[in-house]
Design a binder for this molecule. Structure first.
Ligand SMILES: Nc1ncnc2c1ncn2[C@@H]1O[C@H](COP(=O)(O)OP(=O)(O)OP(=O)(O)O)[C@@H](O)[C@H]1O
Length: 614
């Protein structure tokens, strides 16, 4: 009995993209199918180690490619783990990948080349079959199951499912090929030579034998691929192309990696690792269910994907393989977290990544900039979560600053530029560069020639709360604490009355009114005490549904400003207008990009005062 089922909406949209193929390099469909087949063989081998009762034949695990010029088909067959009926519906009929909806939305707006890029970052796996085939059949039987399923679709909205009694274990995918179209770089995939060329190019490193069956010499076919585990080969013997293809296999990214890292350990713990930094932020970088971690192998045997225990969350974009010598194949994720060997490798991995990024800063600034603009925001989370490596993470980071409108600076270079007399690294946080640069707090620093870091990422609000120094120099917010810029001028006298009066008038909004040495041209600004939440952080707590304690701020007045001096005289004469105090406060709030609690009252008061000046 055959049933017809509809693809999930997102899956339908992706299939349309494949059928009308926005991707120019069609050959990659084979890489995707072989990659899936290889994963299926890894899973079966592991399952058979773990479940001794599983009745499967693991004697000759392999992948077969069967081109048939007469029928114009290409079949990709593996004797791996296979899928149950429900798995076919879940895994093939729907897309559960996080970031799907977002990517589809971006695709709708994207130009052609941009679309290719997006798809490239997302990876579309099995669906890429529809770039080269107008109909796809799949027969699969899950290891240990009695019956198999036959799946078939033209990719146009629906697929059919049927039970098959005598399916071989594993999965066979048969592509009914579209006509060759060299102009559209659609090659003749029913020709053994075409298939051989693609395997050599894209899948050579796959460790399972890939056999090409041409109908003539079926028995004892030599594998097409050379099957060498790349991480176990000396770096000098591995080409960049091989690394790129391997990266694509482990990361599901279609792009080239930004940088390759090798790890190896001997002695107590023996391990090897081949790791990559991506050139793009993965789609799910900031999603709660983001995938994290590298593949874990034990002596060349695949044990798990996404091994979180090896990679801290802030390095979740690092992809690749770690092959450890002394682990049981049966390890569970929970046990791994506590394993001493895994902890040692993780420590080493983190150090290696940090060193690599720092080296890029100096040696390959262009690459470093790419890394930083794509992944810096996630990376900076480490300043909060990895105190042991804080200094190294700060060294590898860079920040926008008042020194240059477009170049970011490292803290080391910032320190080199610090003029005599400056004894802290100054920063200001806020929502945009423009709002920070124009905020009154910065005036006196600018006048003094002190550079200020302009921090606009949400994560900056959080780490600056905990990190207090870099390389022996304190980090200081210019919107917090009592700034002493070493002004030689005597503290202006005669403002006590004004400050007390304003403090009382504004008691609901501020905890103190005092004179400022931060201001040159603005009349007033708002600052916090060193431990206070910044307004952005308060806003972030609210956005997360939490109600932070109300933090009143401090209003600082510029004694040099005519408005402040004038108000003092009025107050001395017992004739000060409370509205002016409130206007001053409102102006300070607006100047830093803040929001007034009662904008209408502010505007009405302002209009009234303006009227009097006409
Ligand atoms: N040959 C196969 N044997 C067993 N399961 C398979 C096979 N091919 C695909 N699958 C299952 O279907 C799922 C979806 O495959 P698909 O290629 O669409 O995505 P993917 O490999 O998970 O990721 P990507 O799209 O990034 O390649 C796989 O994760 C796997 O569970």
């Amino acid at each position: 009995m055959s049933e017809t089922i509809e693809f999930q909406a997102e899956a339908r949209q992706l299939l349309q993209l494949m059928i009308h193929s926005i991707y120019s390099d069609k050959d990659v469909f084979l890489r995707e199918l072989i990659s899936n087949a290889s994963d299926a063989l890894d899973k079966l081998r592991l399952e058979s180690y773990r479940d001794k009762d599983l009745e499967v034949d693991t004697a000759d695990l392999h992948i077969e490619l069967v081109p048939d010029a007469g029928a114009r088909t290409l079949t990709v067959r593996d004797n791996g783990i296979g899928m149950t009926r429900d798995e076919v519906v879940d895994l093939i009929g729907t897309i559960a990948k996080s970031g799907t909806a977002e990517m589809l939305a971006q695709l709708r707006e994207a130009q052609d080349e941009k679309a290719e890029d997006l798809i490239g970052q997302f990876g579309i796996g099995f669906y890429s079959s529809f770039m080269v085939a107008d109909r796809v059949e799949m027969v699969t039987r899950k290891a240990g199951a009695a019956e198999g399923v036959h799946w078939e679709s033209t990719g146009e909205g629906t697929y059919t499912l049927e039970t098959v009694a005598d399916a071989p274990q594993g999965t066979a995918i048969t592509l009914h090929l579209k006509p060759e179209d060299a102009e559209d770089s659609l090659h003749d995939y029913a020709q053994p030579e075409t298939v051989r060329r693609i395997v050599k190019r894209y899948s050579d490193f796959i460790t399972w034998p890939i056999r090409l069956l041409t109908g003539e010499e079926d028995a004892d076919t030599e594998p097409v691929n050379s099957r060498k585990a790349l991480w176990a080969r000396p770096a000098s013997e591995v080409t960049d192309e091989e690394l790129t293809e391997f990266y694509r296999h482990v990361s599901h990214d279609w792009q080239e990696p930004l940088e390759t890292l090798r790890l190896s350990g001997e002695g107590t713990f023996e391990y090897q690792g081949l790791l990559f930094l991506p050139a793009h932020a993965p789609m799910d970088l900031f999603m709660r269910e983001a995938r994290r971690g590298v593949q874990l192998y034990v002596k060349r045997v695949f044990v798990m994907d996404d091994c979180e225990a090896l990679v801290p969350e802030y390095l979740r974009f690092v992809k690749g393989v770690v092959d450890a010598a002394d682990l049981s194949l049966n390890v569970s994720r929970e046990i791994l977290q506590q394993d001493r060997q895994i902890q040692a490798i993780r420590k080493r991995l983190v150090r290696k990544v940090l060193q690599t990024i720092t080296a890029l800063q100096g040696d390959e600034p262009e690459k470093y900039r790419t890394f930083w603009s794509e992944l810096g925001r996630a990376f900076k989370e480490g300043l909060i979560t990895d105190p042991d490596n804080r200094e190294a993470i700060l060294t590898a980071s860079s920040f926008a600053s008042t020194h240059s409108p477009d170049e970011e600076t490292t803290l080391r270079v910032y320190k080199e530029r610090m003029p005599e007399g400056q004894d802290a690294i100054y920063y200001l946080t806020g929502s945009t560069r423009a709002s920070i640069e124009n905020s009154p707090h910065i005036e006196a620093f600018r006048a003094k020639g002190y550079e200020v870091l302009l921090l606009t990422d949400q994560v900056d609000e959080v780490w600056t709360d905990t990190v207090t120094e870099y390389d022996g120099t304190p980090l200081a917010s210019i919107a917090k604490g009592d700034v002493d810029l070493g002004a030689d001028d005597e503290k202006p006298e005669g403002f006590e009355g004004l400050l007390t009066w304003m403090g009382t008038e504004l008691a609901d909004d501020v905890k103190e009114v005092r004179l400022s040495s931060r201001l040159t041209t603005s009349p007033a600004c708002l600052v916090g005490d060193p431990g206070d939440l910044s307004p952005m952080l308060e806003k972030m707590y609210r956005a997360m549904g939490q109600e932070p304690p109300v933090t009143k701020r401090i209003l600082e007045l510029n004694p040099q400003h005519a408005l402040v001096a004038g108000l003092r005289d009025k107050q001395d004469a017992g004739d000060a207008d409370p509205d002016v105090a409130r206007l001053l406060y409102g102006m300070a709030l607006l100047a830093e990009g803040g929001e007034l609690k009662e904008p209408t009252t502010f505007v009405n008061t302002l209009a009234e005062r303006l009227q009097k000046t006409l």
